[in-house]
Design a protein around this ligand. Structure first.
Ligand code: FAD
Ligand code: E1W
Length: 457
């Protein structure tokens, strides 16, 4: 379709995906209106909330680059070269590099500031953002959406041509579509929740622990992680079962929570001087994977980002994936003759990839909390690095394909399985790298792994 000022698109949600998609579409020449249920975060009195950060990887950066936002975002990002694993016995933490060198790193970004940069860009590109407007219901036959202001209780009917739903895991558009189309919805709850805590700056104003890393305290069935902020703080997240012997339920008060940290996160507790206030004030939130068999209602509505495929956060890819969705939807809208063809093409391209990263994110939880300090795991990772250097463009670790390339997630998932088989076979009976028969491992690589197809930019 030829975008033009009379070709109108109505977006629901001005979160990470909605604001980026609005920027891309408005720049291409579409007439873009975005409806967001919350007030404008740029208004005075909004700043000063908790700092929550996200890991930004190559896919997300690639999308930000296309929108001309790379420089603005990177100016406020902290480099993370690898994961710093903090063992239970209090031994020195060790950096496990994510990639081969400093060109293969990920970045910690502030969610609120990233959202604001995206909102500014969307408006600068000509998109109109309507805040405090929650999508309440949709008359798909007449093509009219009803938006409600939850503060003053006013309601606004808005005619639309097509609705693009970037309204997150609790999507109002998905709810409105439900009676009209078989969405094939299945929510797979994770039986673990999370709570956020903060490591403030040291007395001298610097970082209390290594800033250029993602810190992990793996403890078997649960874990803490910490990501750095530009303010010399870290946002810590405890992931823990909701119920059971070691669980949020089993920590009914501060004394129990402190005792739990003293036993299991003894080296982290001294870094958390505000533990009591943080534990008391910050909620326990749930997690899960949302599977949908269908993302669209003919040419009238389509879902993207968390609204279409919420996932558990253990690969740090939810936003990155949502940003990739934005590039794909923008491209399909420009190329297809009508909305229905565009939405069908978008869904066909993205749904298998979303399913693949959802599965990899679930697998990564077990890996992070239970395997990163395990000997055969470390041997497999060491061999992986050796094979990656011996077979560039051929044997690329799955973490690297996901985090440092835009190779489709489904390809990363499939090749990851083949590579894991090679690593398991080549390290069988071995305790160190010297025991591994490298010639035999090379032969397995050549026999089973075709070269990685190049990904067009
Ligand atoms: P959201 O960012 O949730 O935006 C949805 C927007 O829609 C919101 O502004 C909301 O107010 C609005 N809205 C909702 N309902 C309505 C309605 N009815 N009408 C109008 N507006 C509405 N991803 C990463 O890539 N890296 C990470 O390191 C990472 N860490 C994470 C850690 C945790 C603990 C969690 C929970 C998630 C993490 N994620 C991470 C995932 C990431 O947060 C999401 O994938 C991402 O925010 C999805 O973007 P979105 O725009 O689809 O949804
Ligand atoms: C990343 C919330 C979150 C965000 C992340 C990651 C993890 C564990 C978590 C995955 C990772 C960056 N990861 N880290 N180390 N190995 N895998 O890469 O974003 Cl819990």
């Amino acid at each position: 379709m030829n975008p033009s000022p009379d070709r109108k698109l109505t977006l629901v949600g001005a979160g990470l995906a909605g604001a980026l998609l609005a920027t891309l579409l408005a720049r291409r020449g579409w007439s873009v209106d975005v409806y967001e249920k919350r007030p404008d975060p740029r208004r005075r009195g909004y700043e000063g909330g908790r700092s929550i950060n996200l890991a930004l990887a190559e896919r997300g950066l690639h999308a930000l680059r296309q929108a001309g936002l790379q420089d603005a975002v990177m100016a406020q990002a902290v480099m993370m070269r690898g994961r710093m694993v903090h063992p239970l016995d209090g031994a020195e933490p060790m950096l496990q590099r994510y990639g081969l060198d400093d060109s293969e790193v990920i970045w910690s970004v502030h969610r609120g500031r990233l959202n604001i940069a995206l909102l500014d860009a969307a408006e600068a590109a000509g998109a109109r953002i309507h805040f405090s407007q929650r999508l309440d219901s949709v008359d798909f036959g007449r093509r009219v959406a009803l938006f409600v202001n939850d503060h003053d209780r006013t309601a606004q009917p808005q005619p639309f041509e097509a609705l693009l739903g970037a309204d997150g895991a609790g999507s109002g558009l998905r709810e409105a579509m439900r009676p009209h189309v078989a969405l094939g919805e299945r929510f797979e709850p994770l039986l673990h929740g999370y709570k956020e805590l903060e490591i403030p700056p040291a007395a001298d104003g610097g970082f209390r622990i290594e800033p250029n890393a993602l810190h992990i305290w793996p403890r078997g069935d649960y874990m803490c992680i910490a990501l750095p902020n530009t303010e010399q703080t870290f946002t810590v997240t405890l992931f823990l079962p909701m119920k059971g012997e070691r669980s949020f339920d089993a920590l009914p008060d501060l004394a129990a929570a402190r005792a739990f940290f003293e036993r299991d996160f003894a080296d982290a507790l001294p870094l958390l001087p505000d533990f009591d206030a943080d534990w008391t004030n910050n909620p326990v939130s749930g997690l899960g994977t949302l599977h949908l068999g269908c993302w669209r209602l003919n040419g009238r509505a389509v879902l993207l980002g968390d609204a279409a495929h919420a996932m558990v956060p253990f690969h740090g890819q939810g936003m990155n994936c949502a940003f990739e969705d934005c590039l794909a939807l923008d491209r399909h809208l420009a190329a297809a003759p009508d909305f229905e063809t565009a939405f069908a093409g978008f869904e066909a391209e993205r749904r298998p990839n979303a399913e693949a990263i959802q599965a990899m994110a679930l697998e990564n939880y077990v890996e992070m909390r239970d395997r990163v300090d395990d000997d055969d795991y470390l041997l497999q990772r060491a061999l992986e690095q050796v094979l990656a250097r011996r077979h560039p463009g051929h044997f690329v670790p799955r973490y690297s394909m996901v985090s440092f390339t835009c190779v489709p997630y489904a390809t990363a998932f499939e090749r990851g399985k083949l590579q894991r088989e090679i690593l398991v076979e080549a390290t069988r009976g071995c305790t160190t790298l010297e025991d591994v028969d490298l010639a035999a491992a090379d032969a397995l690589v050549h026999a089973r792994l075709p070269p990685l197809p190049a990904v067009p930019a």
